[in-house]
Design a protein around this ligand. Structure first.
Ligand SMILES: [Zn+2]
Ligand SMILES: [Zn+2]
Length: 235
């Protein structure tokens, strides 16, 4: 048995070839899918007043503001012509999203024994898609943990500007493992998670579980109604 290099939870023997558990892998995949959406939303935040809060408020100013937000420009800036090799984590200062993803896409290509494919657009979205296509390989690499950390930080920076946080909703059915009412679903996450025991369910598994409980509950209600009818008949 080996441990996930990201969350350090033990993984089942049949996952020994992996360096990231399915939960961490799916979270990383979800972030890689979210990044292009976030980058598209960033365009709305480029003007100093378009802060993405939708209120259109404009604070009175004593002096002319910068025409664009520098923090947003930094995020959407182009990747360096050669990837900034930051797989050792010693890069200082903010890096454009494309720069972060370019470095990891390059690392992946190297492990695959190829060159980075020529991308139609050398944009962050193209690098994110390239990484997402190779998740099965990424979750077996020893560098998955630093990649996970950088992608997490990138998503955090993007969400801070676009002010989009995934919403968390409690689910009705109790957990099939611990019976606590602690299952939640979070936007863009693959798994429904029990906040009490950590059980993960896919959307289909949850649906099946809830439907089974419903049938069980319905059966009990019908049986009780039948008993009541019998008693009425006997009276
Ligand atoms: Zn993990
Ligand atoms: Zn549970």
């Amino acid at each position: 048995m080996s441990d996930c290099t990201i969350c350090t939870r033990p993984m089942a023997a049949e996952l020994a070839h992996r360096t990231a558990c399915p939960r961490c892998g799916s979270r990383l995949a979800a972030w890689l899918e979210e990044i292009p959406r976030q980058l598209a939303a960033l365009a709305d935040c480029l003007e100093p007043d378009g802060r993405g809060d939708g209120t259109g408020r404009s604070a009175g100013r004593a002096h002319a503001p910068l025409p664009v937000r520098l923090d947003v420009l930094t995020l959407i800036g182009p990747a360096a012509p050669h990837p900034v090799r930051d797989t050792s984590g010693d890069q200082a200062g903010p890096v454009p999203v494309a720069g972060v993803l370019h470095a990891w896409a390059d690392r992946l290509a190297e492990d695959l024994g190829t060159y980075l494919p020529r991308m139609r657009t050398t944009s962050a979205a193209a690098y994110a898609a390239y990484l997402a296509r190779h998740m099965a390989v990424i979750v077996t690499r020893e560098w998955v943990a630093p990649l996970y950390e950088e992608v997490q930080e990138t998503v955090r920076r993007l969400r801070a500007v676009t002010r989009t946080e995934p919403q968390r909703r409690p689910l009705e059915a109790p957990c099939p493992r611990c019976s606590a009412v602690g299952l939640v679903e979070v936007d863009w996450e693959v798994y429904r998670e029990c906040t009490v025991c950590g059980l993960l369910l896919t959307a289909d598994e949850y649906k099946e579980h809830a439907a089974r409980l419903y049938r069980l509950g319905l059966g009990m209600v019908l049986a009780a109604a039948g008993q009541a009818a019998d008693q009425d008949g006997a009276a």
